[in-house]
Design a protein around this ligand. Structure first.
Ligand code: ATP
Length: 208
């Protein structure tokens, strides 16, 4: 059980917690667990199913720009609708637009165009108070993706996951203010581990 003082702390702070990391690292599972446990006001989950270009991208079609633009606009819309002072937990951050665009948009002019639009939209969005990065080995990500068996993901290749993983590692190496979780060992289904993470988040908020 979680202490009432901790629940009150989070309720009063009205913070935004964003969770990031490679495909299949466990962002959605952790976001759901924190949302339930901390009784947050809103849970904002990535709507990847609605992106008509994603299956084509996985089939190696040249739709990088379309895929990333669709994601950017739909993520922007979700966050824009939730700018009020609420306690929010989300299984992504806007930073992923940039990470994936660097990988999937091959044409430099298109990439440039995308990044300009990203900057304009991103200015309107509130940054997270707490950014959690789940760092995971590609092998573990593959096992997790298999476990949830989404049909669209059956053709994701190991090389692609490796490239995405390296981009995340490189990005977070340059950042300072975030909480890192070892996704290979962290067990979100263990109450004790989840409670420890919650205390870590509380300390992080108090310090920042
Ligand atoms: N800490 C964990 N230990 C073991 N299994 C986990 C853990 N976290 C998540 N899983 C399992 O791994 C699978 C992938 O997790 P999840 O769907 O939350 O990943 P994700 O990061 O949200 O992926 P995506 O970015 O593709 O949406 C799920 O089947 C989930 O139950």
């Amino acid at each position: 059980m979680i202490d009432n003082n901790i629940l009150n702390f989070f309720k009063q702070k009205k913070i935004r917690i964003h969770i990031e990391g490679n495909i299949g690292c466990g962002k959605t599972t952790l976001a759901n667990a924190l949302f339930e446990k901390l009784n947050a006001d809103e849970l904002i989950l990535e709507e990847f199913e609605n992106n008509p270009y994603l299956p084509l991208l996985y089939q190696k079609k040249d739709v990088g720009f379309q895929t990333e633009m669709f994601f950017l606009v739909s993520r922007f819309k979700q966050y824009k609708n939730e700018l009020q002072n609420k306690f929010i937990i989300s299984d992504y951050d806007m930073l992923k637009n940039k990470i994936f665009a660097e990988i999937t948009i091959k044409d430099e002019n298109e990439k440039d165009k995308f990044l300009k639009i990203y900057d304009i939209l991103n200015e309107e969005i509130r940054s997270p108070d707490v950014l959690i990065y789940i760092d995971i080995n590609t092998e573990v990500a593959i096992q997790r993706i298999k476990k949830r068996s989404r049909s669209i993901e059956k053709i994701i290749e190991k090389d692609y996951l490796e490239v995405v993983n390296n981009s995340y590692k490189k990005y977070f190496k340059k950042q300072k203010n975030y909480i890192k979780i070892d996704g290979n060992t962290f067990n979100v289904f263990e109450e004790k581990e989840l409670n420890e993470l919650i205390l870590k988040i509380k300390k992080f908020v108090e310090k920042n």
